[in-house]
Design a protein around this ligand. Structure first.
Ligand code: KG4
Ligand code: ZN
Length: 365
């Protein structure tokens, strides 16, 4: 019988400082005893994007406050933890170092085991924390910093079937919002505008659908929005309300179509290894988009695939997912020591070629 594990998790790889306590027991499965997230939106807003140095400093200031709050919420002391798990990458290096150093201080002080966790594994294993989904399943990570299809077979066993070769979809939503004079974060603003728009008025591209495979590209789509916007301004002397709504609807439909078609292809590959009871899980901020969700749900219905999306608070960055991966790693004796290093790049699937470039939220993994 597996003993009950109580893990303190820390997350600081991008612009959220988070700490959480997760308990995993045979009788009750995983339970989130506490989850605290401090966002940094206000600090970065004047700069139009995440400033790594500001992020790192804010993490360093907030991490111990966050840990104290999470422990208090859980009603437990540090010494009652089985281990401390911390995001050791990928992400903005200053933030990751802040988290790893904080975790090392905690384990040294309380004489606890230390577990380094890949941030993307946190997202990828969230459906196990929320729905106890069994391995293997197909995962679509789709946020402001990430976009990839993964077959998830185990805590350290991932195959990437494809990912974006340039912008992540959330990044494209944010840039589109900026181009059209809408507020940030762009995703919810574009989705709201799209509600009254005609998605068919502008012929926006569906990049890479003409090529085989599951890789995606979203930067050309954003450029097409820019060009269409400039044409409209030249014609009418400005952007009319309906133009903006139609452009938002057209852009959103293009992202939906690309993700749905690539999901169909990824499901076909994954079905070769899992022909019965296949499951597609989605996580990341963009998973909040109703049109995109509906597109993915349609593909799942067509292919008899179970569709699952964690609650939004666990789709976006948090430390409960890191603590949960910590529990699975601890159970598999994957424990680190004080030599644990912060890694700005850390692909989940070591056998796939690295993704190129750098997203607005740091290096792509
Ligand atoms: O997962 P997340 O909170 O942070 C990381 O990127 O790690 O995702 C944030 C991204 C932003 O780019 C935001 O514009 C996008 O998710 N987003 C959405 C929606 N809500 C948030 N994109 C499209 N539709 C939405 N409703
Ligand atoms: Zn993330």
């Amino acid at each position: 019988m597996t003993p009950t594990l109580t893990i303190l998790g820390l997350e600081s790889s991008c612009d959220d400082t988070a700490a959480a306590v997760v308990r995993v027991s045979e009788a009750d499965g995983p339970q989130i005893l506490a989850s605290v997230v401090y966002g940094q939106d206000k600090l970065h807003a004047p700069f139009g994007g995440v400033v790594p140095e500001i992020a790192a400093r804010a993490h360093a200031e907030k991490l111990d406050i966050c840990v104290a709050e999470a422990l208090q919420q859980s009603g437990l002391g540090l010494r009652e933890m089985t281990a401390v798990a911390v995001t050791a990458g990928p992400g903005l290096i200053g933030g990751v170092i802040s988290g790893v150093m904080c975790a090392k201080g905690l384990v040294a002080g309380a004489n606890l085991p230390l577990i380094g966790v890949n941030h993307l594994a946190g997202h990828a294993l969230t459906p196990r924390l929320t729905d106890q989904l069994s391995y293997p399943y197909l995962m679509l990570l789709v946020s402001g910093g990430h976009c990839q299809f993964l077959i998830v077979r185990g805590v350290d066993d991932f195959t990437r079937l494809g990912g974006t070769i340039d912008d992540a979809p959330g990044e494209a939503f944010d840039k589109t919002a900026r181009l059209l004079g809408l507020g940030q974060p762009g995703g919810p603003a574009v989705e709201a505008e799209a509600k009254t728009g005609d998605p068919k008025r502008f012929a926006l591209p569906r990049p890479l659908l003409d090529r085989p495979g599951c890789d995606m590209s979203f930067s050309g789509l954003k450029t097409a929005v820019l060009r269409t916007r400039d044409q409209l301004i030249a014609q009418h002397g400005g952007l009319r309300r309906q133009d903006r709504a139609d452009l938002c609807a057209g852009f959103q439909a293009a992202v939906r179509d690309v993700l749905a078609e690539k999901a169909r292809r990824a499901l076909a590959i994954y079905a070769q290894e899992q022909p019965t009871n296949p499951a597609l899980a989605v996580a990341g901020g963009v998973a909040a988009n109703q049109a995109i969700r509906a597109g993915l749900e349609t593909v799942c219905a067509e292919t008899n695939t179970m569709f699952t999306a964690p609650p939004l608070a666990l789709c976006t960055d948090n430390a409960a997912m890191i603590a949960y991966v910590g529990a699975e790693r601890f159970a598999a004796s994957m424990v680190d020591d004080m030599t644990l290093a912060a890694r700005p790049r850390w692909p989940l699937d070591q056998t796939s070629p690295a993704m190129l470039g750098s997203g607005k939220k740091g290096a792509k993994a």
